[in-house]
Design a protein around this ligand. Structure first.
Ligand SMILES: CC(C)(COP(=O)(O)OP(=O)(O)OC[C@H]1O[C@@H](n2cnc3c(N)ncnc32)[C@H](O)[C@@H]1OP(=O)(O)O)[C@@H](O)C(=O)NCCC(=O)NCCS
Length: 157
């Protein structure tokens, strides 16, 4: 079967706003780290599915960082995009920002790389279309993700 055409990275770009409520927060009024991880997973799945139009499962999360807290009453904004694809896997970069709704101040609060694997109806692994990085930033993310994947393979040997 012919290889599917590459899909521009920009086609998987997604922005997911999340109003921050008390139920998302710890006793200090900051969003719980685990909640941010949940949102990161959802944002990654959104981009992954936009890319491959298949079901995906999460295989790994790497380079997760928490840079600033997100306060209750503000907005968390998750920006995600596919950065790399293997045979069945899709690497998605997710960045999280806080927006203070009274002032409009925006701060980067987290980032992570999520590896998803595409699966068919019976849970079998399926091939994904290759991603096409177009901008300089997308090309640089692609090369960095490729290097991470190669390192991972070397560690497994
Ligand atoms: C993820 C999963 C499908 C991988 O299955 P597997 O039999 O190990 O498959 P493979 O070893 O052939 O790996 C499949 C792909 O995933 C990648 N992969 C698997 N584990 C990985 C990891 N820890 N980190 C990065 N990539 C990984 C492989 O590199 C491969 O990529 P490629 O096809 O693009 O080269 C399987 O481990 C699984 O079902 N895990 C549970 C998923 C889950 O429940 N997630 C949470 C809820 S969605």
């Amino acid at each position: 079967m012919a290889k599917p055409d590459p899909i521009p990275a920009s086609q998987s770009a997604a922005e997911m706003p999340q109003l921050v409520l008390p139920e998302h927060a710890n006793v200090m009024g900051n969003v719980l780290g685990g909640m941010v991880m949940h949102w990161i997973d959802l944002a990654a799945v959104l981009s992954g599915r936009r890319h491959c139009r298949r079901m995906v499962v999460t295989a790994a999360v790497s380079q997760l960082s928490f840079l600033n807290p997100i306060k209750v009453g503000g907005l968390a904004i998750l920006k995600s995009k596919v950065v790399y694809t293997g045979r069945t896997s899709i690497d998605v970069k997710v960045e999280v920002f806080s927006e203070e709704l009274n002032t409009g101040e925006v701060k980067k609060t987290s980032s992570a790389y999520v590896t998803l694997v595409a699966v068919g109806d019976q849970g079998e692994l399926v091939e994904v279309p290759p991603v096409l990085p177009e901008t300089e930033e997308e090309k640089s993310e692609f090369e960095a993700a490729k290097a991470r994947k190669q390192n991972l393979k070397r560690e497994k040997l």
